[in-house]
Structures are given as structure tokens and as C-alpha cells.
Design a protein around this ligand. Structure first.
Ligand SMILES: [Zn+2]
Ligand SMILES: [Zn+2]
Length: 162
């Protein structure tokens, strides 16, 4: 199992693979180590992928499944396709215009199926790949997301007041 998260101490990006084999995560920027909570990772069988029961870097137990796909890349492909089709449209090259638009759409669809799923924490946004039992967490839920967003806003406010 791999984790991609932001360091709670300095916000630097942390990437660590084979998390199930270690007891803590270490930030390479500030060298702070985050202890992995007990029972957070369950390995059911020798050759099976480990299962996650909660987030490793924050107290949240709520995670959702999504494509491990940088959204900017998807948007970037569409923008480039549109820009290119505008050029060919300017030259009145209908065939190229539609060919470009069609292939950029197709590329997005292919990427969607090729890119694997990952688990994302609602609270801190940590991402996990290479875990089993992802379907138990379900897809993105706006209500849960809103709950955590408001909670985070409240926490920030109380920090400012104290
Ligand atoms: Zn750090
Ligand atoms: Zn989290």
C-alpha cells in the first residue's frame, strides 16, 4: 500500500510505499515522523493486499474511492484539444477539427479506465493506493465532504480565537 499526503507539520508532500511494513511515516522535509495507528492496516492473507480501516495521518475513518488521476491533466487535455481545434477551424479544416475533438474525448475516456482507483480521506485529503476492500468505503459523498469542510473551518476559527 502506498500513501500520498501532506505533512501535518510543514505541509510538504509525503510519498511512502509499503506502508503496511513500517510503523511510521516520515516527512523528508522536516523529518517529523507520524506513527501509524494500531489496527489501521489489516492484512487478511499473506498474498492479499492490505486493507485500510481508517486514515493514517488524521483521526478520520471516512474515506472515498476516486480515480488516482490528476484533475489538471484531464482538464489540460481538453483545453489543448479545444485550442488545436480552433486553429484547424480557422483554416476551415473540418475533418481535422472533428478528428482532434474526437481523439481528445477518447483519450480522456481511455485514461479514465486505465488509471487505477485510490482511497482519499475526506478530512485531510491523504490518498492511498494498493489497498483491498476499497468498495467498502463507497464513492464521493457531498454531505460527508461538507461535514468535514465545516469542521475544518470551525477548527481554524477556534485556533484564531485562542
Ligand atoms: Zn514535514
Ligand atoms: Zn485523513
Amino acid at each position: 500500500m502506498n500513501i500520498v499526503c501532506a505533512c501535518p507539520n510543514c505541509s510538504a508532500g509525503i510519498y511512502q510505499s509499503h506502508v503496511e511494513k513500517s510503523v511510521s511515516l516520515t516527512c523528508t522535509a522536516c523529518e517529523r515522523s507520524i506513527t501509524i495507528p494500531d489496527n489501521a492496516i489489516q492484512v487478511t492473507a499473506e498474498d492479499a493486499q492490505p486493507q485500510l480501516t481508517r486514515c493514517l495521518t488524521c483521526p478520520s475513518t471516512e474515506l472515498f474511492v476516486r480515480k488516482n488521476f490528476p484533475q489538471r491533466l484531464g482538464v489540460g487535455i481538453v483545453v489543448v484539444g479545444l485550442a488545436m481545434s480552433c486553429v484547424t477551424w480557422g483554416y476551415r479544416d473540418l475533418f481535422s477539427t472533428f478528428a482532434i475533438l474526437f481523439s481528445t474525448a477518447l483519450l480522456d475516456v481511455i485514461l479514465f479506465f486505465v488509471v487505477p482507483d485510490c482511497l482519499t480521506c475526506y478530512r485531510c485529503g491523504s490518498r492511498y493506493t494498493g489497498t483491498d476492500g476499497m468498495s467498502e468505503f463507497g464513492n464521493f459523498n457531498l454531505e460527508t465532504h461538507e461535514k468535514y469542510r465545516q469542521q475544518a473551518a470551525r477548527e481554524q476559527q477556534s485556533v484564531r480565537l485562542s
